[in-house]
Design a protein around this ligand. Structure first.
Ligand SMILES: NC(=O)c1ccc[n+]([C@@H]2O[C@H](COP(=O)([O-])OP(=O)(O)OC[C@H]3O[C@@H](n4cnc5c(N)ncnc54)[C@H](OP(=O)(O)O)[C@@H]3O)[C@@H](O)[C@H]2O)c1
Length: 295
C-alpha cells in the first residue's frame, strides 16, 4: 500500500529531448518529487527549457548504458528520498539498417539503450517498491514493438525484447502491488527521425546507388520522414498520455498512445498472420523497385 503522506518519487530517463522533455515540463507542475535525468552532455537543455533544481527536483546525469551511472542515480534516490516510486524508461535510440548491414557492436548499442539499460534500472528500483508494496514502471515502447518494418530490424528487436520482458515482469510484480505499463506511441510529429542512426555498413549503403539495398533505404527513410512530418500526434500529446497512465489506479499492461498505434494494433490482432504480412509487404513504399539488379 502506498504511504499516504509520501510524495511519489519519479525517475525519468532521456528527459532532455522529445517526449521526455515534454513529459518533464508536465511533471514539474504535478505533486511529485522528480529525478529528471539526461546524458551529461545534454543536461544544459533543462536550463534552456526553464527547468531548474529545487527541493523536489533533482537533475541528474544518467547514460542508461553506463552501469556506474545507473547505480549512482538509484543510490542517490534511495539515500535522499528513500527510493523511486515511479520509473519511466523513456530514453531510446533507433538505428536504420537492413539485417545484412548490422554487426554485433551495433546490436549491442541498440539493445543497451532500449532494453538492457531499462531492465537494469527496473532491477535496481524493485527492492524498495516491493518493500513498500507500491510502484509503477512505465516502459516507452513503440509501434516498432508490435510490428517490424524493413530497415528497422535493430529497433524492433530492442522494442520486442522490452515488450517481452515487461510482459513477464507484469505477472511477477503484480502480487507486490506494482503496476507495469508499456506505452506504445506510433508516428509523432517531431524532429526525432533526424536522430536515426546508421551503422558503419548502412550509412554508406544508403547513399550508394549501386548498393543492392539503396532503394530500401531511400524509400523507407522518405516514407518514415513523411509520416512523422504529417503525424497528428506531438511529443506533448504522448507526454499527456504517459501522465494519464501514471495516474490511473489500474493501468493496462499495454497502451497505444497515438491513433496509428491503435490502428496497427487492431490490424495485427484481426488479420490472419499470413494476410497481414502480405498486405504490409505490398504496401511498402517503392517495393517493386527493391531487389532490381543494376548489373
Ligand atoms: N518519436 C517517435 O515517433 C517515437 C515513436 C515511437 C516510440 N518512440 C519512443 O519514445 C521514446 C522517446 O523518443 P523521442 O521521440 O522523444 O526521441 P528523441 O527526441 O530522439 O529523444 C530521445 C531521448 O533519449 C535520450 N538518450 C539517447 N541515448 C541515451 C542514453 N544512452 N542514455 C540516456 N538517454 C539517452 C536522448 O538524450 P540526448 O539528448 O542526450 O541524445 C533524448 O533525451 C524512445 O524510447 C522512442 O523509442 C518514439
Amino acid at each position: 500500500m502506498a504511504e499516504t503522506n509520501r510524495k511519489p518519487v519519479v525517475l525519468l530517463t532521456g528527459a532532455s529531448a522529445g517526449i521526455g522533455l515534454a513529459l518533464a515540463k508536465l511533471l514539474v507542475r504535478e505533486p511529485y518529487r522528480l529525478m529528471l535525468t539526461a546524458r551529461s552532455t545534454s543536461l544544459h537543455r533543462f536550463a534552456e527549457a526553464g527547468i531548474h533544481e529545487s527541493e523536489c527536483l533533482r537533475l541528474c546525469p544518467l547514460d542508461v548504458t553506463s552501469e556506474a551511472d545507473r547505480l549512482r542515480v538509484i543510490e542517490e534516490a534511495n539515500r535522499v528520498w528513500d527510493g523511486v516510486d515511479i520509473l519511466i524508461n523513456n530514453a531510446g535510440i533507433a538505428y536504420r539498417a537492413v539485417c545484412e548491414h548490422v554487426t554485433d557492436p551495433d546490436r549491442l548499442e541498440q539493445l543497451n539503450v532500449n532494453y538492457r539499460g531499462p531492465m537494469d534500472l527496473i532491477r535496481l528500483v524493485l527492492p524498495r517498491m516491493r518493500a513498500r508494496r507500491f510502484g509503477r514502471i512505465l516502459n516507452i515502447s513503440s509501434v516498432g514493438g508490435m510490428m517490424a518494418m524493413p530497415t528497422m530490424a535493430l529497433y524492433s528487436a530492442s522494442k520486442f525484447a522490452l515488450e517481452g520482458a515487461t510482459e513477464a515482469l507484469w505477472y511477477e510484480v503484480r502480487p507486490f502491488g506494482i503496476h507495469v505499463t508499456l506505452v506504445q506511441p506510433g508516428f509523432i510529429r517531431s524532429e526525432s527521425f533526424r536522430n536515426t542512426r546508421y551503422t558503419q555498413l548502412s550509412g554508406p549503403a544508403s547513399t550508394h546507388v549501386e548498393n543492392p539495398y539503396e532503394a530500401h533505404y531511400r524509400h523507407m527513410s522518405g516514407f518514415i520522414a513523411r509520416f512523422m512530418e504529417r503525424a497528428k500526434s506531438t511529443p506533448e500529446d504522448v507526454a499527456h498520455h504517459i501522465l494519464r497512465m501514471m495516474q490511473l489506479s489500474r493501468p493496462p499492461l499495454r497502451s497505444a498512445a497515438t491513433f496509428d498505434a491503435h490502428l496497427f494494433a487492431w490490424l495485427r490482432r484481426l488479420l490472419p498472420r499470413r494476410l497481414y504480412h502480405e498486405v504490409l509487404y505490398r504496401s511498402l513504399p517503392g517495393v517493386r523497385e527493391w531487389g532490381r539488379s543494376r548489373d
